[in-house]
Write a protein that binds this ligand. Structure first.
Ligand code: F3S
Ligand code: F3S
Length: 105
């Protein structure tokens, strides 16, 4: 799966959302999250993020490796909703993201 890491937090550009053929990039409160059960690894989202927040899971920088767990936590709570468009923003983040100080400039 692909994973969204820290540069997305408090930025949420959402260019990635329009690229995803399976609509598996879900909006939380401070970040977006890719559903690892729904992502088909097409990779279309990765180059369009202006802040380079998206990585293939094996290519995550060490400091951000925990963002894979963040996505797992997010979908463990919300479940597989079968489409981000219909689901809409959840207004929630996993506690690891909630705990971050304000990001972005
Ligand atoms: Fe976030 Fe980049 Fe998408 S900032 S919403 S991962 S385009
Ligand atoms: Fe969608 Fe990106 Fe996966 S475009 S299918 S979330 S690699």
């Amino acid at each position: 799966t692909y994973v969204i890491a820290q540069p997305c937090v408090d930025v949420k550009d959402k260019a990635c959302v329009d690229e995803c053929p399976v609509d598996c990039i879900y909006e939380g409160k401070r970040s977006l999250y890719i559903n690892p059960n729904e992502c088909v690894d097409c990779g279309a989202c990765e180059p369009v993020c202006p802040v380079e927040a998206i990585f293939y899971e094996d290519d995550l920088p060490d400091d951000w490796a925990w963002y894979k767990d963040v996505a797992d936590s997010y979908f463990a709570e919300l479940g597989d909703l079968g489409g981000a468009q219909a689901a809409g923003p959840s207004g929630k983040d996993p506690e690891q993201v909630t705990a971050l100080p304000p990001q972005g400039e």
